[in-house]
Design a protein around this ligand. Structure first.
Ligand code: N0T
Length: 525
């Protein structure tokens, strides 16, 4: 092998995930990093549209951009690789002070093969599409296609090699191999070779991991058998990319899921069968150990569903990361619910100025209020060493539920309650007939809190009233001792003022200008 001039990095310098006490951190430049992301639109992966990305990202205060690299642009002719956009992206991101998450749009993009090069699209013999039950071609490449895996992987590894050789400073912090994999309206490949596999036994590695007795797919998984089968083989395919990709440069890798109703029984015909939805994360963990994270793409506005999705992806063996969420204003509040579950990152989708909006999934357009809703949150989080605090301490967060009911939690001896849609003053108590603020009817509001020690809490939020009180049944004398507003200087807390009087008499209210608040609780005797 050739010795190159590429500086050799210590393994610890490469971005990676760390886990302790069930909490996770993404380590970048040797320290916990909170990804305040924005994903560009699907066709913004060329030099010209990339210019229309930075202003939007700066307006929301993002520190990371998620950008596709399409197989069709990397390898337009088989064996001929074009890295020009990758290089442009690296240089531009550095210029604009952004980290990058690379999205490999290879064999599968929203399940389909649209991002593959012509020589793949047009050669169904070499790169077979899945077959439907009645023997028709389905517009999704089969995960059983050995030539597909070989060609897709070769291109992906070229990309990883390019990143290893041209990104010693780790501008790229994570990689997503493929995008929203699986298959809609055809739960698995029904071609003869796949059918033969399906009729055989479930691999022992899977039944062992799931602590299930062995047997056929149908025997072990019942009416989810087609889906379990496609999940396993899709994940095995991606494992091959991830394992060999990490051998080139061990960047964190994750997969993203197109989601169904988290409370309904999964319908393999309606879901993207094979994708990493919340109920099949265990299959993904067993099949693809080189994939660090399964992650939810959230395009469901119902708060009950969003909270459930977030819960399903928050696990000791799975760091929560939201790689896509609708960019409409009402989604911004879910940032708080996401952080409150210890997330390492968050990224609304479609954050550029190329005049495309994916309503009803996301926004109809970017008005100031929409960008501000994300930006006010990103800015206040960027002003604190939040990723380190959340790695070291218990955290909790709340986003206004659709019905507006207050949410509360107990941390140690204290109960914390977030309520929504109120003026700061004690209006309900003194002036029950006074009108409510405009935001009382809006889907806005939330907060996140860390418990720094038994009696100390740090929180921020917007359009929220936060109350701290002794938990039910605790000894008498519990009270708020001190409320400080402050900022961080080189990671250290600096008090700017003490809140008292009106600022504390009716809860601790944050409206449109989030600040950091430190609360000290105590007990008099
Ligand atoms: C997302 C985005 C982009 C019955 C949609 C969401 C992105 C992909 N797909 O703008 O295409 O690349 O990851 C699919 C959501 C389907 C909802 C169907 C509801």
């Amino acid at each position: 092998t050739l010795l190159t001039a590429t500086p050799v990095l210590a393994q610890s310098d490469v971005p990676h995930l760390e886990t302790k006490a069930g909490r996770h951190a993404l380590i970048v430049d040797g320290a916990p990093f909170l990804m305040l992301g924005g994903q560009v639109n699907n066709s913004s992966n060329y030099a010209a549209p990339l210019e229309k990305v930075w202003a939007t990202l700066d307006r929301i205060g993002a520190n990371t951009v998620e950008v596709p690299i399409a197989w069709e642009q990397l390898e337009p002719k088989e064996g001929t690789f074009d890295y020009s956009f990758v290089q442009t992206l690296l240089e531009e991101a550095r210029k604009h002070d952004k980290r990058i998450v690379l999205l490999w749009f290879g064999a599968w993009k929203n399940t389909g093969l649209a991002y593959t090069p012509d020589w793949v699209k047009l050669d169904n013999r070499r790169f077979p599409r899945m077959k439907t039950k009645d023997g028709k071609d389905h517009g999704v490449l089969s995960p059983h296609g050995a030539a597909t895996l070989e060609a897709d992987k070769r291109a992906f590894l070229k990309l990883m090699s390019y990143v290893r050789d041209h990104d010693a400073q780790n501008t790229v912090i994570m990689v997503q191999p493929e995008n929203e994999v699986g298959s809609y309206k055809n739960p698995r490949d029904y071609a003869p070779a796949a059918q033969k596999l399906f009729d055989g036994p479930v691999p022992a590695a899977l039944t062992k991991a799931l602590k299930k007795p062995g047997g056929t797919w149908a025997g072990v998984f019942g009416d989810q058998a087609d889906r379990a089968f496609n999940t396993w083989y899709t994940a095995r395919y991606i494992e091959a990319l991830a394992a060999e990709g990490k051998a080139i440069k061990p960047l964190p890798m994750y997969v993203n899921a197109s989601l169904g109703d988290p409370f309904a029984k999964p319908d393999p015909m309606a879901l993207s069968s094979g994708g990493p939805q919340g109920d099949v994360i265990d299959i993904w963990k067993a099949a693809a150990p080189s994939i660090d994270i399964a992650a939810p793409d959230i395009y469901d506005r119902a708060s009950r569903n969003v909270f459930k999705h977030l819960d399903l992806y928050t696990r000791p063996d799975n760091a929560l990361m939201v790689p896509e969420i609708g960019n409409a204003r009402e989604y911004a509040r879910y940032f708080w619910a996401t952080l409150g579950r210890g997330a390492i990152g968050f990224s609304p989708f479609g954050m550029d100025d190329t005049d495309y909006f994916n309503y009803p999934l996301g926004a109809k357009s970017f008005d100031d209020a929409t960008l501000h809703a994300f930006g006010q949150k990103y800015r206040i989080l960027a002003a604190a060493p939040w990723a380190k605090i959340a790695f070291d301490h218990p955290v909790w967060g709340a986003a206004k539920p659709d019905d507006g009911t207050p949410l509360s939690t107990t941390m140690g001896e204290w109960t914390i309650t977030a309520s929504f849609g109120q003026w700061q003053f004690g209006q309900r108590e003194w002036f029950p007939k006074a009108d409510l603020p405009a935001w009382a009817t809006e889907s806005t509001g939330g907060m996140v809190v860390a418990q720094l020690s038994a009696n100390e809490f740090l929180f921020t939020g917007d359009h929220v009233r936060v109350e701290f009180a002794p938990k039910e049944g605790s000894a008498s004398g519990g009270m708020i001792v001190k409320v400080e507003e402050g900022h961080f200087d080189k990671g250290q807390w600096v008090m700017d003022r003490i809140w008292n009087g009106d600022q504390t008499d009716y809860g601790l209210n944050l409206i449109d200008k989030p600040v950091w608040i430190k609360v000290t609780m105590g007990r008099y005797r």
